[in-house]
Design a protein around this ligand. Structure first.
Ligand code: FE2
Length: 407
């Protein structure tokens, strides 16, 4: 047995950029934000970009953007975080970029901007709580996920990325474990209860450059992003409030996108015993149903539970029902409380989902670390009516402790 690596040495910032992660903070068809870390000797950051070419000569046609640099003090170190946003890009176009200080640079990485046409096929990845075994257990899963979603434009994180909000080493694990994904696909994270101590973790706002279109006091925790006809909305479950509910109502009222996905940490419907959040449900569920949200994605429960189309209210909206998914991607696992609404469930299983939205159809696939398909359904838009749900669950046994099928 070798000793575990020293967290101070492993996470020490240097003059070489690390912890590089893409996000969208503005229009995803014409911009791209990128954030990275260095030690405090690097006083300014630059991001360099060029349209992709198959040969190496793209280096002759680059442009530069100056980053905003801020100092972050954690339990392990003092570091500079640099955040830059490329603008005036072409939609649905591949670019190469690198980050640095003008002398020391990262390797060139690649991304693609979003298409400008609503309804263009959109692929996104979904990860529930990572939290335990971040680098040791999540690394294999994220590699399989990337292989199954080569065209992903977004990677959605359902909160509790870390166990301890103020342990910088755990953020280092997340950034290292998913580095190839973070460097090429924009992250869409919502904070969980473990991202909070007295405040939101000091790693959050410097590390993620997210839209500032939410509400005061919840900056980069409550926000939304429209991409190719899908509105993604992040809510701050840990500090749910009437103000968030009102904001959600407004954001859904003005929503012209065909599809709507809500991303939050605490499930609307609990899937393990004694973890109900009735206050959140009372505030949010009527709004979800009034506006016909399609999909509600949550973490926190450390199991997998996926519903059919669930409609709870007497809403006059003929398409009030949504599909609810609670999922987990890290190593911490709980007992499920099986309930009739769960059409597919799992315990003791690390999972990721690949979601594809194309015109009137959304296809949702959940897979295990081996890549095996564990759950699949299709949602189809029907004008003026409830979405049509087509269940296509693979004929494999559910992975449940009571059946002895989980390990
Ligand atoms: Fe949680």
């Amino acid at each position: 047995m070798s000793a575990p690596p020293d967290p101070v040495a492993l996470n020490k910032p240097t003059g070489v950029p690390d912890r590089i992660i893409l996000t969208w903070s503005k229009d995803p068809t014409t911009t791209q934000s990128v954030t990275w870390r260095t030690d405090t000797s690097v006083s300014e950051g630059w991001a360099e970009i060029s349209p992709l070419s198959e040969g190496p000569r793209f280096v002759d046609r680059t442009g530069w953007v100056r980053a905003v640099t801020e100092k972050v003090v954690t339990d392990l170190s003092e570091a500079h975080y640099h955040s830059a946003t490329f603008t005036d890009l072409q939609p649905d176009t591949q670019y190469v970029y690198r980050v640095g200080d003008g002398r020391t640079w990262s390797p060139w990485h690649q991304f693609r901007t979003a298409a400008a046409t609503a309804g263009e096929p959109l692929e996104f990845l979904l990860f529930g709580d990572i939290q335990h075994g971040i680098e040791s257990h999540w690394t294999r899963l994220v590699r399989t996920a990337v292989a199954h979603a080569p065209n992903a434009r977004l990677a959605v994180y359902l909160g509790d990325i870390v166990e301890d909000w103020n342990r910088d080493g755990q953020w280092g694990e997340f950034l290292r474990a998913g580095a190839p994904l973070h460097q090429s696909v924009s992250a869409f994270p919502t904070p969980g209860n473990h991202e909070y101590g007295e405040t939101l973790t000091p790693n959050w706002r410097p590390q993620f450059t997210l839209p500032l279109n939410g509400i005061p006091g919840h900056e980069e925790a409550v926000y939304y992003l429209d991409i190719q006809g899908v509105r993604f909305i992040s809510l701050n479950s840990t500090h749910m409030s009437p103000e968030q509910a009102q904001w959600l109502d407004e954001v859904l009222k003005s929503n012209l996108n065909k599809w709507t996905v809500i991303v939050l940490h605490y499930p609307i419907f609990p899937s393990v015993p004694d973890r109900d959040e009735p206050y959140q449900r009372g505030l949010i569920l009527p709004i979800i149903e009034m506006h016909g949200v399609d999909l509600v994605l949550a973490g926190h429960d450390h199991v997998y539970a996926r519903s059919g189309i669930v409609c709870n209210s007497n809403s006059p909206n003929p398409r009030a029902g949504a599909v609810y998914v609670n999922t987990v991607s890290g190593a911490k696992m709980y007992d499920i409380k099986a309930q009739p609404w769960m059409l597919r469930k799992a315990e003791d299983t690390q999972l990721f989902s690949v979601v594809r939205v194309s015109g009137d159809e959304l296809t949702f696939e959940t897979r295990t670390p081996s890549g095996a398909l564990y759950d699949r359904f299709i949602l189809r838009k029907v004008p003026g009516k409830q979405n049509l749900l087509i269940n296509d669950i693979p004929p494999t046994a559910e992975r449940l402790r009571v059946l002895g099928t989980s390990n």
